[in-house]
Design a protein around this ligand. Sequence first.
Ligand code: DAH
Length: 339
Amino acid sequence: MNEKLQSIKEEALKLIQASDVPEKLNDVRVKYLGKKGELTAVLKSMKDVAPQDRPKVGQMVNDVRAEIEAELETKKKEMEAAIRAEKLQKEVIDVTLPAKKNMVGHRHPNTIALEEVERIFIGMGYEVVEGPEIEYDEYNFTKLNIPQDHPAKDEQDTFYVTKDIVLRTQTSPVQARVMEQGKLPIRMIAPGRVFRSDEVDATHSPSFHQIEGLVIDKNITFADLKGTLEEFAKELFGPETKTKFRPHHFPFTEPSAEVDVSCFKCGGKGCRFCKGSGWIEILGCGMVHPHVLEMCGIDPNEYTGFAFGVGLERIALLKYEIDDMRLLYENDIRFLKQF
Ligand code: DAH
């Protein structure tokens, strides 16, 4: 009996050692310890053993069973550890790899500058309006006091869609459109794209942006114009900013002026930024010409007003110290990312 038990044990242990997957271990368990297993069969044959030997044989069977069970358990743990190690190996993640970055868009410098200008004027009670980019020659020129043969038309050479329709050269035609609607008083800015047949260089582009301003009311004077634009310059470039109004000519305003601001880089001493002069030109302005008011249906004896026009790119280039306008249009993400 002892020999038989020993041989069952050895066989079982061999099979356990040879098992490579948990299913095979289970087969071994069934083969020896299951209801119809070999060891179970030995227990069942106890009736053939002499009664005085039964406790001893029973003890031996139990010992063998315990040994087989212990071996099964050990092998099972080994297998589980191996499976786990393999899984870890396969699913390894290199946490030192840089994560995939989401490319988040940025506001364009023009947009940032425009929002800043809009914020300032909205704060002063202005409305933001828009006009068409494809405009009648009449609104772009004639109603602004620029008749057919006026030399100012040459300076603003543009793209003609037909003889009477142009890509607007300025946002000033929005003035005429708003005045014609007849709702007074007017306090508005009109940002938008404009076009001229200019060659591309560091300061020119055939397409750029302006912001037009217009105020029409009773008793509006040049003092209102000055105060408004001084306040605008201070808000945009800092409270130390000084303004200078230089006489100029625009056909649709009389008197007219160009406005310079003290250089916000050197404070007016003169530097590379302001080309040594201490001043930087930022806009054109003036009192709306009585003839323009008349052409747009407003009585110049009752109403007066002022207007101004700012180049948006000019503001963006100055504020962000960009020295080539072309950068604004190239859509180079490395450039745009900086704002
Ligand atoms: N439209 C003018 C230009 O493109 C700028 C300008 C000057 C607009 C004076 C105005 C103004 O409204 O009063 O050069």
